[in-house]
Design a protein around this ligand. Sequence first.
Ligand SMILES: [Zn+2]
Length: 134
Amino acid sequence: MAKLLRVKCTCGNVMNAAPGNSCPKCKQPLRFPEDAMISLYRKGSPLGIAGGFGLYINGEPMGHIGNRETVRIPLNYGTYNLHVAAGMNRRCTDLTIVLTPENRFAYAKVWMKPGFWTNSFVLEPATQEEMPND
Ligand SMILES: [Zn+2]
């Protein structure tokens, strides 16, 4: 079974889809960047926070990431800021990933660090071996 990719349609709709799919919202054929890919894994939350974390790339919403989910985002070469937020939890240690011909496949993980007043998210680089679903 082909792994689904996280893409944003030109109409703004964000979804998991496979190459060849059309946007369910506007019916346009989806375009998939082919240069590079970021795979982001969400580590299991001991706090039992089941809801999706909102995922942002360069400030643009890119849907949610569920508990222990891996999201694969095809992108063109460039520099990307990864950020997550959920509900009242807005603090996040962002991660910058630079995609180049020498670094086409980037891996990252996100987890929630419990705090005294508020929880915060941590985005960190990962290795392919750390990706449980790859
Ligand atoms: Zn669309």
